[in-house]
Design a protein around this ligand. Structure first.
Ligand code: ADP
Length: 401
């Protein structure tokens, strides 16, 4: 039984070739790179070698050169089987090094088998081999470098093409997300509108219990709307997000009250007390974005404060800044996590059994909204005791972004 040494760094390629050869009554030895192949062959020379080119430790070209220099191996037929080096120049170089055949991947099993058969039936003579390897080292290195550089250039082009494809797919994904979230927003606004209409009795009298039920619909719709708004914010391209959309003077107190209203029922269910101080302070910026940021902070305070806890939401102004402070007596955040929680999708608890819902987007959006208003977000927290998030916005008189 003829013994064939096959060399490839990809186990799945080795497996395929090995199965084909063993199924055709050859005995097979495998190696994962040139150096290993040389070592095995010197211990027990095979009847033929089939090798890949691009491999770690020692590539196929170097292996071929060493093979042809070694008197023990030089007359053993040598075939390349490659998917990467497919240029006519690569083949020319391979044959110059002393390879007998150059097969490109993938090839039909019949082609591989017939090449192997013909090489085994017509082994080369050691003398002919000597002639083929009689090249000067400098020439060899020059050509070898040229082949490698050509391959690197191909790879760089390939990577650039793949990057462009990935960027296009990324834009498509963002567009899809943006379309889906906008489509979700419209019916939610309708649901919210009717619930509000019924609760206010403008469409006819309702019982106290029905009013409560409408309140619950409103609150849940608001929660969903905030989640959808977070997704819309994230899906918008960074170019479009660079500047604030709508700039106006607005009352921060009204924004705090609106944000607190959205979590009233949720807080009641958890027996949490919310102290909301609707301070009469005017801020300059995009009201909806500031509301989104403050809602994200209050919603987190509710989510991460155990039953019976206390949440305080208030604003203070100084000459240069307005500070919105959201304080809770919740689980707190370990010092090593305090920077990371502002990263997109980062959540301290990623287990599937975690109680708090959420997408891990809220705080990254808070930080971005703060920065777009030339402000910042600050955090002090102690595990087991609670957290204080402070959204700092420039005061009305201070220079505008
Ligand atoms: P989400 O709340 O959707 O998980 P966020 O970006 O708003 O995403 O918050 C990221 C993580 O920061 C949360 O998952 C939580 O681990 C932690 N976190 C945020 N706010 C608080 C808080 N008030 N108390 C304790 N942990 C918090």
């Amino acid at each position: 039984m003829k013994r064939i040494l096959i060399v490839d760094d990809k186990v799945e390629n080795l497996y395929l070739l090995q199965s084909l050869l063993q199924g055709n009554s050859f005995s097979v030895v495998t190696a994962e790179h040139g150096a290993e192949a040389l070592e095995l062959a010197r211990k027990q020379p095979p009847d033929l070698i089939v090798t890949d080119i691009l491999m770690p430790v020692m590539d196929g070209f170097t292996l071929c050169r060493e093979w042809r220099k070694d008197p023990l191996l030089t007359s053993i037929p040598f075939a390349f089987y490659t998917a990467t080096y497919t240029d006519a120049k690569d083949e020319e170089f391979a044959l110059k090094l002393g390879a007998d055949r150059f097969i490109t991947k993938p090839s039909e099993p019949q082609v591989i088998l017939s090449v192997i058969q013909s090489l085994l039936e017509n082994p080369r003579s050691a003398t002919a081999v000597h002639d083929a390897t009689g090249e000067h080292d400098i020439n060899y290195l020059k050509e070898y470098n040229e082949v490698l550089i050509r391959k690197l250039e191909d790879k760089a082009e390939d990577l650039e093409r793949k990057n462009a494809e990935l960027r296009a797919i990324d834009i498509m994904k963002d567009n899809l997300l943006m379309n889906v979230t906008h489509e979700l927003r419209t019916p939610l606004i309708v649901v919210r509108g009717y619930a509000e209409l019924m609760k206010s009795e403008r469409s006819g009298p309702v019982t106290e219990q029905q009013k409560k039920q409408c309140g619950s619909i409103l609150e849940n719709a608001d929660q969903l709307l905030h989640m959808v708004d977070n997704l819309i914010f994230m899906s918008e391209s960074s170019a479009r997000r660079k500047s604030i959309r709508k700039v106006e003077d607005f009352s921060i107190g009204e924004v705090l009250a609106t944000a607190c209203d959205c979590v009233t029922t949720k807080a009641l269910e958890r027996n949490l007390t919310i102290d909301c101080d609707p301070a009469a302070i005017i801020v300059h910026g995009d009201r909806n974005e500031v509301l989104q940021a403050i809602f994200n902070l209050i919603d987190n305070a509710v989510k991460f404060t155990p039953k019976g806890g206390r949440i305080s939401v208030h604003a203070v102004s100084s000459t240069d800044a307005v500070r919105v402070i959201v304080e809770d007596t919740g689980i707190g955040i370990a010092p090593e996590q305090q920077q990371r929680i502002f990263e997109r999708f980062f959540q301290v608890d990623t287990s599937t059994t975690r109680q708090a819902g959420g997408l891990g987007l809220g705080l990254s959006i808070v930080r971005e909204i703060a920065q777009r208003h030339a402000g910042r977000i600050e955090l002090t927290s102690e595990p087991g005791k609670g957290s204080v998030f402070t959204l700092v916005l420039p005061a009305l008189e201070s220079p505008r972004p």
